[in-house]
Design a binder for this molecule. Structure first.
Ligand code: ADP
Length: 400
């Protein structure tokens, strides 16, 4: 009888999942998929196999049976696994959770006490945490008795020095948890582990990792540990993103409140969903569409994105006291040779010399032999990282 492990990433209107075969204690991806449009008039399900071939797509509406809640969605995933992989046993579920707060710094076995603690962190991540918890509760109902593990996007950053963990506002706010948590930690941890295999010497050095996807941030890693992140208290800070503003003078918030009379929920909508590449271009949040467009607004949106990434390369190199390697990951980082080329041009001053031909073909190493700093493109795999943590914590891994 084969054993499977499911990784769930539950958002507000979608659930992404990965199914791993773990029969021999080593996770091998069998399927990835997602359910989008939870609670909308039409909900879409799709799944692909480990090679990216479609395993099926379905649409649900009020007639065919609406998928309105996380419970409905997790039931759908469970039924799909039973149909597609008959005879397998789900032995564990790993959950991606955005916030572990100050206290939770490693993956944890999910218990009622842990769920209660995660609920206290909702004010720190109101757009993500409640949905992550809804996913946990739904999975608990669908897979009774199956052990579940939570893996956090904040954990990798929890040992930042104080100066990279605080804002210069009165201490009481720091003490109550207003800190620079940093996110995308699951991706950074995966990339850091891959670096150890691909380039062990650089992995022990001073590395900047740029996770450039719909959400985007950068991380300074020294000796394998995060020491700074461009993301701060929330997932709004740092780089501009698909629809999020990135770094913003707090005075702009006061202006929106005082002069424009906007409510906090209007400001939240503006900064999370209407800003970034979408807000600047007025066209799209999608880098591919912007690269294909010849409008001035699209060009300027990309210009701003590139400008901020370049600026952070300098800033993070300063926090690292120098630089040995840069890694690009995430949808844009892995695929857009244009963005990488523009970020890295004229960076000889910091020791980076790009191999343009290697960059064009998204090669793993895209710096030239003359480059003092190596530049890599590494495909992230957050699902695998969560699966490995889940197996390790439950003692189900290969080493067990
Ligand atoms: P998420 O943060 O939602 O996981 P991804 O990491 O998948 O997002 O990144 C999505 C972004 O990657 C989008 O802006 C998309 O346009 C961009 N992207 C994907 N492929 C390419 C490509 N070939 N060229 C340029 N941008 C790309």
């Amino acid at each position: 009888m084969s054993k499977t492990l499911i990784v769930l990433n539950a958002g507000s209107s979608s659930i992404k999942f990965v199914v791993f075969d773990v029969t021999d204690g080593k996770p091998t991806a069998l399927a990835t998929g997602q359910i989008e449009g939870l609670g909308a008039s039409v909900t879409r399900f799709n799944a692909k196999d480990g090679e990216g071939q479609s395993l099926g797509e379905r649409e649900f509406d009020k007639v065919s049976g609406a998928i309105a809640t996380h419970e409905n969605a997790v039931d759908l995933i469970l039924n799909w696994i039973e149909e597609t992989l008959p005879g397998t046993t789900v032995v564990a579920v790993g959950h991606r959770v955005v916030h572990g707060g100050v206290r939770i710094t490693t993956p944890v076995l999910i218990t009622e006490e842990i769920i209660a603690e995660l609920e206290t962190l909702i004010p720190l991540a109101p757009l993500h945490q409640p949905h992550n918890i809804a996913g946990i509760r739904a999975a608990h109902a669908a897979f009774p008795g199956v052990p579940m593990v939570a893996v956090f996007d904040t954990s990798f950053h929890r040992n930042h020095p104080f100066v990279n963990d605080t804002f210069a506002i009165p201490r009481e706010y720091y003490n109550e948890g207003v800190r620079r948590y940093g996110f995308h930690g699951v991706s950074y941890e995966y990339v850091t582990r891959r670096m150890k295999q691909i380039a062990p010497l650089d992995a022990e050095g001073r590395v900047i990792i740029a996770h450039l996807g719909n959400g985007a941030s950068m991380c300074a890693v020294r000796y394998g540990h995060s020491i700074a992140s461009t993301m701060g208290f929330s997932a709004l800070d740092g780089l501009p993103m698909g629809t999020r503003c990135g770094n913003l003078d707090a005075g702009v918030l006061l202006y929106l409140l005082d002069q424009k009379g906007m409510t906090s929920s209007e400001i939240r909508q503006l900064l999370y969903t209407k800003s970034g590449l979408l807000g600047l271009s007025g066209i799209s949040q999608d880098m591919r569409e912007l690269e294909a467009s010849d409008t001035r607004e699209a060009r300027e949106a990309i210009d701003y994105f590139v400008f901020r990434v370049r600026r952070e390369v300098g800033a993070l190199a300063a926090t690292l006291d120098g630089l040995d390697a840069v890694v690009f990951t995430g949808g844009i980082g892995e695929n857009s040779w244009r963005v990488r080329e523009r970020v890295l041009q004229s960076m000889q001053w910091i020791g980076i010399d790009l191999d343009e031909e290697a960059n064009h073909r998204n090669a793993r190493l895209i710096s030239s032999p003359l480059s003092r700093v190596r530049v890599y493109v590494i495909r992230t795999n957050e699902g695998l990282m969560i699966a490995e943590h889940t197996l390790d914590l439950l003692g189900l891994g290969q080493a067990a």
